[in-house]
Design a protein around this ligand. Structure first.
Ligand code: FES
Length: 165
């Protein structure tokens, strides 16, 4: 379920269901993204350029933005690129369209897709690969410790994540 956080110059939306807790947002702009504040996203707390920059670093597409200040909207590459992350999901960048059983289509500029087979939210990764100790070749992806990933192999659960409440 995507929630929208409105700002004067830019709005930011977040879908906890596809977040993989890499926490680029929490580390990238602490005035805008604060886990223990409600609302946890304040899009006007810094420049729209800076917000857009941090949002585009979110690998899963959980965060997206729409600018109201005339600045450039996110413009995903026409070429879709799929990169296997070592021991983890497929990182997809470019124009992605996810087609659901009920006929709806969701457009994403970025996505992390399950390749371990264990996600309960396919086609998206839900970090189940960590629980099963999935091993596969790929490029290393640097994930930092953060309030949503207190240990590298163990992000907090969706139920524990305060952004879901
Ligand atoms: S690769 Fe992450 S849940 Fe399967």
């Amino acid at each position: 379920m995507r929630k929208v956080y409105h700002g004067k110059d830019i709005e930011v939306s977040f879908d906890l269901d596809i977040c993989i807790h890499v926490a680029e947002c929490l580390r990238g702009q602490r005035e805008v993204f604060q886990l223990d504040r409600r609302p946890w996203i304040l899009p006007d707390a810094t420049s729209a350029d800076e917000v857009a920059d941090v949002v585009e670093r979110c690998p899963s597409g959980a965060l997206q933005y729409r600018r109201h200040d005339g600045g450039a909207q996110e413009n995903p590459d026409a070429t879709t690129t799929i990169t296997a992350i070592r021991n983890g999901p497929l990182l997809v960048t470019g124009k992605v369209e996810v087609r659901y059983e009920d006929g709806t289509v969701e457009a994403l500029p970025r996505a992390t897709l399950c390749r371990c087979g264990e996600s309960t939210h396919k086609p998206f990764c839900d970090n189940s690969h960590l629980a099963i100790g999935f091993k596969a070749l790929g490029i290393p992806y640097r994930i930092h410790l953060s309030p949503v990933r207190p240990r590298l192999a163990e992000p907090i659960s969706k139920e524990e994540d305060p952004r879901g409440h």
